[in-house]
Ligand binder design. Structure first.
Ligand code: TXE
Length: 492
């Protein structure tokens, strides 16, 4: 039986996607389900099993058996081969995976395709890295040999949000499996179909039963149960700051280490000497991609006053040309993921209106977009004071904030002046300033004269301050998924 309704096109009948445990599709123990909603139309097109505490427990036990059994005995080179095989299967299934994701999340098709490509690349990167992760020998006193061993934690839990299910799954599960852990994944209740299909592909690639288990369900039920489970040895969480705090508290009760990626209010600093022509499409894309529902969205632009009016005018021209519509129409933006997200963005925009902020430009929702879909036209807000709520909080929608600054010191103060610190962009031709600012920005990543570096599977990623802690992506992530053991031998 398939875990999935497999909605490879937009017209499939409603069926129920099950949990994926021990390489098998199984119903939730309560038999309960949750609706799957198409954000482009606002209609229900399927059901997913509603995993709860008992299901999470079953998945953790299954992962433990795999870790103590066949998976734990699989050597690093073979783990790498299996991940490379999984990468190939994801490539083979790129189009159906993209279509599932696009329907489930509302992403325009080409963005969903890019996510599937990135997922394959994560498995490829970590497949290649699996047998290159090792400890060291350390100089110590005469008569000793001391070494460190990098060992997997055991069972790792992964709480995945709905904005980039495939990419976030790839970066955390890929690294964890490469390091030798067995995984239990709790996808977001709003978007889990692609991940259930990937579970099946992992089984097809040859991962032993229990190595990768997927339990969809509500955050407060399955998510909380996973964070609290004493059998989980490491947790990766991507989502909101409030939920991240709850997850970290639950994990602390059993001393479980956590990696937290909690979003941001990422600034791009544009100085008067910037190459504006090169910057402009990047500035727009950084907030438009995935309808602004991106943890690293470039959601604030700080512009030196001498070029401020010209920059806002150029941005406004581009914003006015942007179009939002159904995911299948593959426009600049799809709908937001849920009615709840749409309401959240509306609340921020009502606040902007109440505060008399300047709406410098707005894109359009195309006429043929279904009226029940969760659409939001992109909005450009100019002259927004740094202390305003819209400058301080993550909106998670296609709303770009622009603020002028007078000098480098003020630019830095504004850039660092929120609770977040995930990503920053700096646009200037002045090499000394590039380095000065890169060092002083409170941010996990800094991009100079670019933004996001095309996704950067290889580039360590994570935040400071309320954006979280720990690093994902790149080789660095592998360290988080291992614990270091020191072995000291006295041989005289
Ligand atoms: O997030 P939650 P929501 C931000 C963004 C967005 C806001 C709210 O600003 O507008 O969060 O989104 C699971 N124990 N980001 O409500 O609640 C949940 O099921 C364990 C930023 O969707 O953080 C889902 O799988 N897990 C972000 C995941 O946590 C729990 C991505 C994220 O949900 C849980 C998403 C609990 N008690 C939202 N409660 C980013 N950093 O990219 C919920 N979950």
């Amino acid at each position: 039986m398939s875990a999935l309704p497999v909605p490879a096109d937009a017209t499939l009948p409603a069926t129920t996607a099950q949990l994926f445990i021990d390489n098998e599709a199984v119903p939730a123990q309560t038999g309960q389900t949750l609706p799957v909603v198409d954000p482009s139309t606002g209609t229900v097109f399927g059901q997913i099993a509603r995993g709860q505490r008992d299901d999470v427990d079953r998945a953790v036990r299954s992962a433990r058996r795999a870790f103590d059994g066949p998976w734990g005995r699989t050597d690093a080179a073979q783990r790498g081969r299996l991940l490379l095989k999984l990468a190939q299967l994801v490539e083979r299934e790129r189009e159906p995976l993209a279509r599932i994701e696009s329907r489930d999340t509302g992403k325009p098709l080409r963005q969903a395709r890019a996510d599937a490509t990135a997922l394959a690349r994560y498995f490829e990167f970590y497949g290649g890295a699996a047998d290159k992760l090792h400890g060291q020998t350390l100089p110590y006193q005469e008569g000793y040999t001391v070494m460190t061993l990098r060992e997997p934690h055991g069972v790792t839990g992964h709480i995945v949000p709905w904005n980039y299910p495939m990419q976030i799954f790839g970066r955390s599960v890929g690294a964890s499996l490469a390091a030798g852990n067995a995984c239990v994944v709790k996808p977001a209740e709003d978007a889990c179909l692609s991940l259930l299909r990937i579970g099946e592909l992992a089984a097809e690639a040859g991962l032993p039963p229990g190595t990768l288990n997927i339990v969809p369900g509500l955050g407060a039920e399955a998510g909380q149960a996973l964070a609290e489970h004493p059998g989980v040895d490491h947790l990766s969480f991507t989502g909101s700051t409030d939920t991240g705090r709850r997850v970290a508290q639950a994990a602390a009760a059993h001393f479980c280490p956590v990696t937290l990626e909690l979003g941001g209010k990422s600034p791009q600093l544009v100085f008067a000497d910037a190459d504006l022509q090169a910057a402009m499409p990047v500035l727009v894309n950084a907030i438009i991609q995935n309808a602004g529902q991106t943890c690293s969205a470039g959601s604030r632009i700080l512009v030196e006053r001498s070029i401020y009016d010209a920059t806002v005018a150029q941005l406004a021209e581009r914003f006015a040309a942007l179009r939002a519509g159904p995911a299948s129409a593959d426009l600049d933006l799809g709908p937001l993921v849920t009615r709840k997200q749409q309401q959240r963005v509306w609340d921020f925009l009502s606040d902007a209106q109440a505060s008399d902020l300047r709406f410098a430009a707005q894109g359009q929702i195309v006429d043929h977009a279904p009226s029940e879909g969760f659409y939001q036209a992109p909005v450009l807000l100019a002259d927004v004071p740094i202390e305003h709520r819209l400058s301080q909080h993550e909106i998670f929608g296609p709303v770009l904030i622009v603020t002028p600054f007078d000098d480098e010191a003020q630019a830095l103060a504004f850039a660092n002046g929120t609770d977040y610190g995930l990503v920053a962009g700096v646009w200037t031709q002045d090499g000394a300033r590039q380095m000065r600012i890169a060092r002083r920005l409170q941010s996990g990543q800094v991009f100079i004269n670019n933004y996001g570096a095309g996704g950067g599977v290889e580039l360590p990623f994570g935040g400071v301050k309320h954006s979280g802690y720990g690093r994902e992506k790149g080789f660095e992530a592998l360290y988080a998924f291992t614990s270091l053991k020191t072995v000291a031998i006295r041989h005289g």
